[in-house]
Design a protein around this ligand. Structure first.
Ligand SMILES: Nc1ncnc2c1ncn2[C@@H]1O[C@H](COP(=O)(O)OP(=O)(O)OP(=O)(O)O)[C@@H](O)[C@H]1O
Length: 294
């Protein structure tokens, strides 16, 4: 079962948006948004050797109900892929679109969460969360209301006045995720968001991430080095092979949904299905021509 800190009151976010009183997307009502990378390649200038291919012909799409995890060996281009989806990088070839419209840079429809929480130490938790709304000239009263609702969503009710240095690593990452959600993104792009946490906190945060995903219907693209984490969270795992980075497996999974339906993490991880999936994904990551047979 999910622990109390991981549970999120159903309907909290959707209901809160109306109370917050600023223009936002109507989650679960609009048609599903889609983020697509179409035959995307990326290369960087090499030192005297022309261009070095980082990603080659990557085609990938995810919608707002999906939790897609990208895994692959070091240097396979995972962060580059996320930076392309975020609009921080421009592809050398191919195109990236949200709902069919080509993206030309970062946008409020895609929020990014990094391993380092990147919070502003001079602001308290509430003002950190409200900061993206401040950039959009949303009134302070409305920002504060929204921040309190997001603090509630991430299990930190009553912590709005806390300074960043008063928060634990897991709490800081929750505030970072709340801040990312403040702009009501269609997609959360997360680069090793739990990578800096200790094992126990990381495990609790995995349940928390699944709950945030379920409560907000925000599409997630998450990078991890952890096979266990990829299997536990993803509705699809994408395997990238290096040099140049390309997709060699696209695997549907349901362990996260099972957890959300009430099965304990321990029961899932000890199941033969999870152990078999672990072995197959390990093989897929470490084999040149990856195969993930059902
Ligand atoms: N700005 C850059 N200029 C040149 N090469 C780069 C740049 N950024 C990344 N690279 C190279 O692109 C390749 C892919 O890097 P990337 O960080 O996307 O991989 P990754 O799979 O996220 O790696 P890791 O798992 O180690 O974080 C690496 O060989 C890296 O050295």
């Amino acid at each position: 079962m999910l622990d109390a800190a991981s549970r999120i009151p159903s309907g909290t976010v959707a209901a809160s948006r109306h109370r917050a009183g600023y223009q936002c997307r109507q989650w679960k009502v609009d048609p599903l948004g889609k983020l697509s990378l179409n035959q995307v390649s990326l290369s960087y200038p090499g030192a005297g050797i022309g261009h070095v291919g980082i990603l080659h012909n990557v085609t990938l799409s995810l919608d707002e109900r999906e939790f897609v995890v990208v895994i692959g060996r070091s240097g396979s281009g995972k962060t580059s892929l996320l930076n392309l989806a975020a609009g921080f990088l421009t592809p050398s070839h191919g195109s990236i679109a949200v709902d069919g419209a080509a993206i030309t840079g970062p946008g409020s429809d895609r929020a990014v969460v990094f391993q380092d929480d990147a919070l502003y130490p001079w602001l308290n938790a509430r003002d950190n969360i409200g900061f993206p709304l401040k950039l959009r000239h949303v009134a302070k009263r409305v920002r504060d209301t929204r921040a309190e609702e997001l603090l509630d969503l991430v299990g930190l009710s009553g912590s709005g006045d806390k300074k960043i240095w008063e928060l634990s690593g897991g709490m800081r990452q929750r505030v970072g995720i709340a801040r990312a959600l403040a702009s009501d993104p269609k997609f959360l792009l997360m680069d090793e968001p739990l990578g800096a946490l200790d094992a126990l906190t990381r495990s609790r945060m995995q349940s928390f991430l699944l709950n945030v995903w379920q409560a907000t219907s925000t599409g997630v693209l998450l990078i991890t080095h952890s096979i266990d984490e990829a299997l536990f969270l993803a509705t699809r795992v994408i395997v990238l092979e290096p040099t140049p980075g390309r997709i060699t497996a696209d695997i549907p999974l349901d362990f996260g949904r099972r957890h959300l339906a009430g099965e304990s993490a321990a029961s899932i991880r000890s199941s033969s299905a999870f152990k078999t999936a672990y072995e197959r994904l390990t093989l897929a990551i470490h084999t040149e021509t990856a195969e993930f047979a059902a």
